[in-house]
Ligand binder design. Structure first.
Ligand code: ADE
Length: 232
């Protein structure tokens, strides 16, 4: 079974559209939809925004459905010069940019206490398949790199500057890092598909609202191609 987690209903809508035999279930106030996409059993969940919501959703999905892989799918802010609205970023790894115990000697910014890691890698085999799948889609600009996660909507060039100073990432958003951490701890395959809705600057709230629908469509196109590549 393929698990799919989105934070926002606009992101989820495009994925639910792809599903046949839909069934809905509520667990701990979270909405899960099971169904079939291109012959593959899938479960899609709407986590809500932020790291705590996303972690709770991921652990619930693992305990209830035991998926082979969890994909975090949705929009993100682009934080690199060559990344534009509508582009896709496939996750290489995830960093929680707001995890900071660097006040203690020998600890790096972003290092996750207990794990001793800054970046949690996405599962290589999953990222490779996502990259292959992206090549089947016309006119889709795709990048591969690190996603920066924090409980913060980035909306200023100053915050953006600080993020770039400390971390080498391509996009920022609010869930992937915690989903990656929960998958890592549970030994579940993990991948990230993000499409750029804004460039995390002072226009980002307006751009986000304007482009979330189109960018979510780009994500669902890639998800469908990925699932088609995963036929047993
Ligand atoms: N998701 C989409 N755009 C974002 C931004 N600018 N900051 C955080 N999360 C986002």
């Amino acid at each position: 079974m393929i698990g799919i987690i989105c934070a926002e209903s606009q992101e989820m809508k495009e994925i639910i559209r792809l599903m046949d035999n839909k069934k809905k279930e509520k667990i701990c106030s979270l909405n899960f939809t099971t169904g079939v996409i291109s012959g593959k059993n899938c479960v899609a969940a709407l986590s809500g925004v932020g790291k705590v919501n996303a972690a709770m959703c991921t652990q619930s999905m693992i305990l209830k459905y035991n998926p082979d892989v969890i994909l975090n799918v949705g929009v993100a802010g682009g934080i690199s010069e060559n990344i534009n609205i509508g582009d896709i970023v496939i996750g290489k790894g995830v960093i929680q940019h707001d995890f900071d115990v660097s006040a203690f000697p020998g600890r790096q910014k972003g290092e996750i206490s207990g794990l001793g890691k800054v970046e949690i890698p996405c599962t290589q085999n999953i990222s490779d398949k996502l990259i292959s799948a992206s090549k089947n889609i016309k006119d889709l600009n795709t990048h591969y790199g690190t996603i920066l996660t924090g409980d913060q909507f980035i909306n200023s060039s100053e915050t953006l500057h600080n993020l770039k100073y400390y971390f080498d990432g391509l996009a920022c958003e609010m869930e992937a890092g915690s989903i990656g951490q929960v998958c890592f701890i549970n030994n579940i395959n993990f991948g990230v598909i993000k499409s750029i809705s804004d460039t995390a600057d002072s226009n980002s709230t307006v751009d986000f609202e304007t482009f979330i629908k189109q960018s979510s469509k780009n994500c669902s196109k890639l998800l469908l191609e990925f699932i088609k590549l995963n036929q047993d």
